[in-house]
Design a protein around this ligand. Sequence first.
Ligand SMILES: [Ca+2]
Length: 356
Amino acid sequence: MREKTVSLLVIFFLYITTLNFVWTIPLNNSDDAVVEMPLVTNNLKAPLVADLDVSALNKQLKHYIDTAISKTFISKVKDIVKYSQDELKTTMVTAYKESLQESKAVYEDDLAHLVGGFKSRVESLFSDLAENVTDLIDNLEERSSNVTQTITEKNRPIKLPRDCRDIKESNTRSGVYEISIDTVGGKQVYCDMDVDGGGWIVIQRRSNWKVKFERTWKEYENGFGDVAGEHWLGNKYIHLLTNSGKFELRVNMETKGGSEIYAVYKSFKLGDTASQYQITIDNYSGTAGNYLENKSSGKFSTRDRDNDGESRNLADGYGPWWYKDGSNSWLLDDQRENYWGRTIGRKTSMIIRRIS
Ligand SMILES: [Ca+2]
């Protein structure tokens, strides 16, 4: 490289020599420097020296160079600064825009989350409220229903069975029960749940003859004795019961010999007090014989109320009974044996049952 530069300088020197002049530039920086210019003429072969004052030229040249360099430098610096500013501005704007976008996204996300949470909370609150209101209404309705039911139950009369057949639906043991009889209300009766399927109301029972059966009209009307033992239920009750539906009558007897016989009448009814508790009886079946049907429409008689067709009072001799014009049966006498036809009945019971 060094050799190459030297070679180039030699070539340059030779070139200048060929042109017949040589520039001698002193090594100082003064504007007033003088440039010696040797001139060689071909004829004289003597060197001529001409001093050229290049200070003004140097000054102008230096000024020009300074100015040019300064202008170029400033321009370039300006360009660089401007470029940097633009780039910085673009970068900042881009960064700001990105930041804004990011912030906006975060904000929107936060807002959506917040709104979603709020909406969810409000919905939950409304749901809870609706549920509470529904529960409250249900509770109130239930309480109202309970109160209504309680009031209704308090005001409702106790529902009693009409007869022993109703009782038999839930209780099949023979014994004393309370039934409801029209216009009377509760009345204790003995229910026979054993004979022929049960459901019978006992209207008469004689077993040990401890209870006196020679009684007045009034006593027969209202009943007497102990319903759990020997007793007469009472004509007014028998009337009310047998007029509240279709009833059958069964007469059970134990003979002196110990055999048990019975008579069933599928139709049995007793009139009211105005009819003298007149008997209506029909449709016999049984083992004891039909000794009462022929006295159907007979009126009830007691010692103090003679309703039979004879001049005398048959109740005086045979006890209270339904006599028409004599009778083939009587079961309420105290003075002698009670008869059903030709049979002596010591232990007897008269029972009635609702058919429909
Ligand atoms: Ca008479």
